[in-house]
Design a protein around this ligand. Structure first.
Ligand code: RP5
Length: 165
């Protein structure tokens, strides 16, 4: 059954990705955007991935944020199985510092797009901001909250650097 009150799905390949992906969740919280966070592994739970992605639109989601590390197939496979926009967050891996994650998410062949963000926390935060910007196109109140979020960010930037912060 579709639930239009939860427009964003945050999925990740492993519990270990939550340390990164929680920043997407916290950013959506700050903007008043409801989300559902789930562990969905392309490698370890392929049936769960298929069921989630095939049903995501009917479930009422409007945007999917998918975080994964290493040979990160989750965002691309999800994008292949749903017409919804998918934003991919490369999680920093231990061995290759997330460059493996970045390249395997960003380098999609033409035809199935994944909007790929930066490695790690910055990517998770920006994925949430992009998701909110997409939703704000049809939600004036959210557009105002997003503007306010940016204004607060601007207000935190000092004009001169301090020796001790
Ligand atoms: C990927 O493997 C996950 O997205 C995670 O980033 C990486 C390592 O997973 P764990 O071994 O920590 O569960 O599928």
């Amino acid at each position: 059954m579709a639930d239009p009150t939860v427009p964003v799905a945050i999925i990740m390949g492993s519990q270990s990705d939550w340390e990164t992906m929680r920043h997407a969740a916290e950013t959506l919280d700050a903007l008043g955007v409801a989300f559902d966070a789930r562990i969905v592994s392309a490698h370890r739970t392929p049936e769960r991935l298929y069921d989630f992605a095939r049903g995501a639109k009917a479930a009422g989601f409007k945007v999917v944020i998918a975080g994964a590390g290493g040979a990160a197939h989750l965002p691309g496979m999800t994008a292949a199985l749903t017409p919804l926009p998918v934003f991919g967050v490369p999680v920093e891996s231990k061995t290759l510092k997330g460059q493996d994650s970045l390249l395997s998410i960003v380098q999609m062949p033409a035809g199935i797009p994944v909007g790929t963000l930066a490695i790690g926390k910055a990517g998770a935060v920006n994925a949430a901001l992009l998701a909110a910007a997409v939703l704000a196109l049809g939600d004036a109140a959210l557009a105002e909250r997003l503007d306010a979020w940016r204004l607060r960010q601007t207000d935190t930037v000092a004009e001169k650097p301090a020796d001790h912060v």
